[in-house]
Design a protein. Structure first.
Length: 293
């Protein structure tokens, strides 16, 4: 490359790089800095407290609650979207106009923002005329109708179900892409050898979907850790913090209680957890690539 080419490349990269530094790198570094202070978000005078905010987490019952809810969400994110997406992909992995129509229908949730997903499911869970309770009443099970988002024992699972509705569609698309890469000769050979459908799925298709599975699980876990908008729209962490996760807890501490220093410390913990998940993903992805090379 000539010197002129380098100059033009630097010129075109300057603006995107400046935006990235201003809106990603600088806030990230600021979070690390403010996590060591007692800043309230407004006052120009604040104190450097070192690791006090991180020490506070070990005795904070609400932080432990948020960690537990995040763990539940993460486990559900691995099971529900992965299993549901794989099942849909296997059913819809057919050629023809009807299969394409159904694929488009199941893919539609991906086109919606999570805030919109939350509002849709707010209507579904509405105690009086919501779809779930109305259906239960119409089939004679009115005693099972609940104020789903107002009960601490149901709120978190209700939000996870709404989030999984969109995430399952994403998993389905990735698995469909993986299915198209599987040689049909292998499946036909298994069929000729006497393997039934479920045996072909378990012993041929699922092992060959390992690269797609790694991507699906990694995306599900990462998205579950940073899920905020659907939770904010539906419950805002309530009732009684029963649906708080780390992202929601960080928001409440930072922008509702104005404990910006403590909120930044929570953000740092969330960032480190996400970074660890990404590192595991890259490691597993590299191992899968070596296995299938």
């Amino acid at each position: 490359m000539t010197r002129t080419t380098y100059r033009w490349a630097a010129l075109f990269l300057a603006l995107p790089l400046a935006v990235y530094i201003a809106f990603v790198v600088f806030p990230l570094l600021s979070s690390f800095y403010y996590s060591l202070t007692d800043w309230n978000g407004f006052d120009v005078n604040y104190n450097f407290v070192g690791l006090a905010n991180f020490e506070k987490m070990f005795s904070d019952r609400l932080f432990s609650n948020a960690i537990g809810n995040t763990l539940i969400w993460t486990v559900a994110a691995i099971i529900v979207p992965t299993g549901g997406g794989l099942a849909l992909a296997l059913v819809l992995h057919e050629r023809g106009i009807f299969a394409n129509i159904y694929k488009s229908m199941f893919y539609l949730p991906i086109a919606l923002a999570l805030a919109v997903i939350g509002q849709i499911w707010l209507w579904i869970y509405q105690p009086n005329w919501g779809l779930i309770n109305a259906t239960l009443r119409n089939i004679g099970l009115e005693n099972l109708a609940q104020a789903w988002l107002a009960k601490p024992q149901f709120a978190l699972l209700a939000v996870i179900l709404a989030w999984s509705w969109q995430q399952t569609a994403l998993s389905m698309v990735i698995f469909l892409a993986g299915l198209t890469a599987i040689p049909q000769e292998l499946i036909e050979a298994a069929h000729i050898d006497g393997a039934n459908y479920f045996q072909r799925v378990r012993r041929v298709i699922v092992p060959l979907l390992a690269p797609a599975s790694v991507v699906v699980i990694a995306l599900a876990v990462i998205n579950s850790l940073k899920s905020f908008d659907v939770l904010y729209v539906m419950t805002r962490g309530g009732p009684f913090h029963s649906s708080d996760n780390l992202a929601m807890f960080m928001y409440n501490e930072s922008f509702q209680k104005y404990n910006m220093g403590y909120g930044s410390a929570i953000a740092v913990v969330l960032f480190l957890i996400t970074l660890a998940v990404i590192a595991v993903y890259f490691r597993q992805s590299a191992q899968v690539e070596r296995l299938y090379d």
